[in-house]
Ligand binder design. Structure first.
Ligand code: COA
Length: 322
């Protein structure tokens, strides 16, 4: 598994929206949101574009790595909804960074960052690319229906990035998809104005069957991590940090208690960021990296799940000097 992380960065919109702020939009309460999800506030885009946030996160990752931007020979962006339908978000960020290498998007919903790591490991192993800039940039506020209390309280916007090159850091990585769950978490795409198109257009707003997604999330996180650890002869106690998709505190707690691990091994950004889809994992990774809590040689277990339904788990040995 040919990959190491050279540096990380992240960028959030300026605007903080608290649970209290949401009570002025929908019939909800701080108490309901905190007890059901663990979220206290989220950042939401106002005038910043996703391109600007993604570029800011990318520059922070390059700086953290001590790398020149010209050394990047592939830009990948994980996103469910970029600033434009086309060109891809990766191309828009690349232009902002004034880079001139191949650039394209990956959409594996909230699990996008783990899917990107998988692809990068393969690319780096073949030597097709030497340095890949992975950016996760998500604008969930553009997908949510702000009159639907069951979804709009859960999400936030943000971007994060990681600079990767060939190395021995990635121990193992597993991806899974359960396509019969596609309707459980869904946002439609507009049909446009073709006079030939038949059938009803689905709502462009995010629909979620919360309880079914919850069950999948717990199964994907707990069983996914257990299987990955077992396959690699690693006990849950040997993992130093569990980096899980930040969707709901109860899901994180279900995973933590089933793996019988202490709270400090499960870092959180959920309370301040909400669910930022594929950005959530790299935002968490960056916050851990910058807090100085990641030590060279430590084992990191990652897990993310989302629409598809899809999920990914990864085991990495942190290979960066403090
Ligand atoms: N404020 C107040 N009440 C709300 C509310 C809100 N923001 N959202 C829903 N409710 C109400 C519901 O209308 C329902 O009311 P009713 O009993 O009168 O019908 C009640 O709260 C319970 O709703 P329910 O959907 O059963 O709540 P829940 O305990 O399942 O929690 C989620 C809802 C969404 C927090 C939870 O299902 C969840 O986290 N699922 C996983 C979602 C996820 O991870 N998504 C990300 C995928 S990447």
């Amino acid at each position: 598994m040919s990959l190491r992380i050279l540096g990380t960065g992240s960028a959030l919109p300026e605007k903080r929206v608290t649970n209290e702020d949401l009570t002025r939009l929908v019939d909800t309460s701080d108490e309901w949101i905190v007890t059901r999800t663990g979220i206290r506030e989220r950042r939401v885009q106002t005038s910043e574009s996703l391109t600007e946030l993604g570029a800011k996160a990318a520059l922070a990752a390059l700086e953290n790595a001590g790398a020149e931007k010209e050394s990047v020979d592939l830009v990948l962006c994980t996103t469910v909804r970029g600033d434009a339908v086309t060109p891809g978000q990766a191309c828009l960020i690349e232009k902002q960074l004034d880079l001139h290498c191949p650039a394209f998007d990956i959409n594996a919903a909230c699990a996008g960052f783990v899917f990107a790591l998988h692809l990068c490991a393969a690319y780096l192993a073949t030597g097709a690319f030497r340095r890949i800039l992975v950016i996760s940039a998500e604008s969930m506020s553009s997908l949510c229906d702000w009159t639907d209390r069951s979804t709009c309280v859960l999400f936030g916007d943000g971007a994060a990035a990681a600079l990767l090159e060939k190395g021995d850091s990635l121990v193992d990585i597993q991806l899974l998809c359960q396509p019969d769950g596609g309707e459980l978490l869904y946002a439609g795409a507009p049909h446009g104005n073709s006079p030939f198109r038949l059938g009803e257009e689905k709502s462009p707003f995010l629909y979620m069957n919360g309880q079914e997604v919850y069950k999948f999330a717990v199964h994907a996180s707990v069983d996914g991590l257990r299987a990955l650890l077992e396959k690699n002869g690693v006990s849950p106690d040997q993992v130093d940090h569990y980096l899980l998709h930040q969707a709901n505190y109860r899901i994180l707690e279900a995973a933590r208690t089933r793996l019988r691990q202490p709270r400090e091994k499960f870092p959180l950004t959920l309370d301040g960021c909400g669910n930022t889809s594929s950005s959530s994992l790299p935002i968490l990774l960056d916050s851990l990296n910058r807090s100085g809590k990641l030590k060279k040689g430590q084992l990191l277990a990652m897990s993310a799940f989302g629409a598809g339904l899809s999920a990914g788990t990864a085991l990495l040995r942190w290979d960066k000097e403090d």
